[in-house]
Design a protein. Structure first.
Ligand code: PMT
Length: 400
């Protein structure tokens, strides 16, 4: 399976700040995505973290000064700028932000930055009063207008004891935003509604009927659609995944709640992708109190839930409607039936219960089926890769 940043060189610029130790985790996450990471450090940050830490972890020399003795490369700032596929400045202090906004090049990092032509991601991180300072905000606006991507700092208690905006973002957020920034925006202006996860149908206040859907497939679709510039609404059942960034997320529990959320948000949507594993039935009369085990047998009366996708199929006009079909047998036959009965443009037929496919895991084996009877079989892939391929196919359907 291909890693996102395989073959890419990312330059990580680390400035002076107490949060600098968190940049080590950013480096590790970039490496996990297959990137070669080169690190540039300001003089100030070396009071907090030593270059040796970054050198050992990156396996590359760390660039700290324009005039390093024993440095075989006299043009390192130019060479690294030329070879960078992207640059991350994290933490970005008020000082480097000021220098970059005003074209000042007086040390290794700012001189390197002057020569950079590749995408730049800046992560401002400082005391909240410094962050809110008008000059700093003005400089951030200049850099954004110049094409830099600004990762909003986190809000909360800061190292100095103040509370507010200025915290170093979670390292995964920085890497996620880099991936989004680097992804071509071919869904800009398109509204996509995605459903994900299971639904839960209560039996009593402590028990319910459900299934093992983790939400990974649907959340991947929502994330990748956001990466590609779509305006995404994600309606999920109960899952433990964090909200994808820059996606409108609605958490529901029962099928009735999911149904309401879908119909409240489906208007003006260009594409609906229903990957949620929705309960076909619910308990007719859930008990108000915990059921006691005083009987040997118990019969639960179930009533049918609305088939949300089928209802969407009845009212669809120009919308592209994509369903998922989780199957354990007769994959194509069952999926073909669903595509017809629910008036879908496409269905993702999904073999579940296998080692590399189905509920709860990071990979999936799917087959794309289309209204015209054609289908495409795909190998085991990361759910993110399935999501990307699905979006490619949807783009094609929209163009027709
Ligand atoms: O969440 P993960 O752990 O990553 O697992 C992913 C997945 C296996 C849940 C996912 O890939 C998948 O296959 N989702 C569809 C599961 C499912 O409910 O399939 P189904 O064949 O029962 O339903 C067919 C379609 O009708 C689905 O798009 C479903 O969302 C929709 N449906 C079903 C019942 C209902 N009452 N309303 C619906 O809208």
């Amino acid at each position: 399976m291909k890693e996102w940043l395989e073959g890419k060189t990312i330059v990580l610029c680390v400035c002076g700040g107490i949060a600098a130790y968190k940049s080590v985790e950013v480096l590790r996450l970039l490496q996990k995505q297959g990137a070669t990471v080169r690190v540039i450090m300001t003089q100030g940050v070396q009071e907090f973290v030593g270059p040796l830490t970054f050198q050992a972890l990156s396996g590359q020399p760390v660039f700290t000064s324009l005039f390093e003795k024993n440095d075989s490369s006299t043009m390192r700032h130019i060479d690294w700028a030329r070879e960078a596929d992207a640059v991350i400045v994290a933490p970005a202090t008020a000082n480097i932000i000021g220098k970059l906004a005003n074209g000042i090049a007086d040390d290794a990092m700012s001189t390197f930055m002057m020569a950079v032509r590749s995408p730049v991601l800046l992560c401002p991180s400082m005391n909240t009063h410094m962050y809110e300072n008008r000059a700093v905000q003005r400089n951030i606006d200049i850099l954004e207008a110049d094409g830099c991507y600004i990762v909003e700092p986190g809000t909360g208690e800061l190292a100095c004891g103040d509370r507010g905006a200025g915290r170093f973002p979670d390292p995964w957020i920085i890497v996620d935003r880099l991936l989004a920034f680097l992804t071509p925006k071919d869904f800009t202006g398109k509204k996509i509604l995605v459903t994900a996860g299971p639904t839960q149908e209560p039996i009593d206040p402590v028990r319910f009927i459900s299934n093992p859907s983790s939400g990974k497939m649907g959340f991947s679709v929502a994330r990748m659609a956001e990466y590609r510039g779509a305006d995404v609404t994600l309606i999920s059942g109960p899952v433990s995944l964090p909200d994808p960034l820059n996606v409108a997320c609605l958490r529901t529990r029962t099928t009735l709640e999911m149904e309401k959320a879908v119909f409240d948000h489906v208007k003006d949507v260009d594409v609906v992708i229903k990957s949620a594993a929705v309960s076909d039935y619910r308990v007719e009369k859930p008990s108000a109190h915990k059921i006691k085990k005083d009987k040997d047998n118990m019969i639960l009366t179930l009533v049918k839930n609305t088939d949300i996708l089928k209802e969407l199929g009845k009212i669809k006009k120009k919308q592209i409607l994509v369903g998922f079909a989780a199957e354990t047998e007769d994959l194509v036959k069952n999926a073909e039936k669903k595509i017809r009965e629910k008036n879908l443009d496409m269905i993702v037929a999904n073999i579940v219960g296998q080692k590399t496919s189905g509920f709860g895991i990071d990979t999936n084996i799917v087959r794309f089926l289309y209204q015209d009877g054609t289908n495409e079989e795909l190998p085991s892939m990361l759910k993110e890769e399935v999501a990307m391929m699905l979006l490619d196919r949807i783009k094609h359907l929209m163009a027709r």
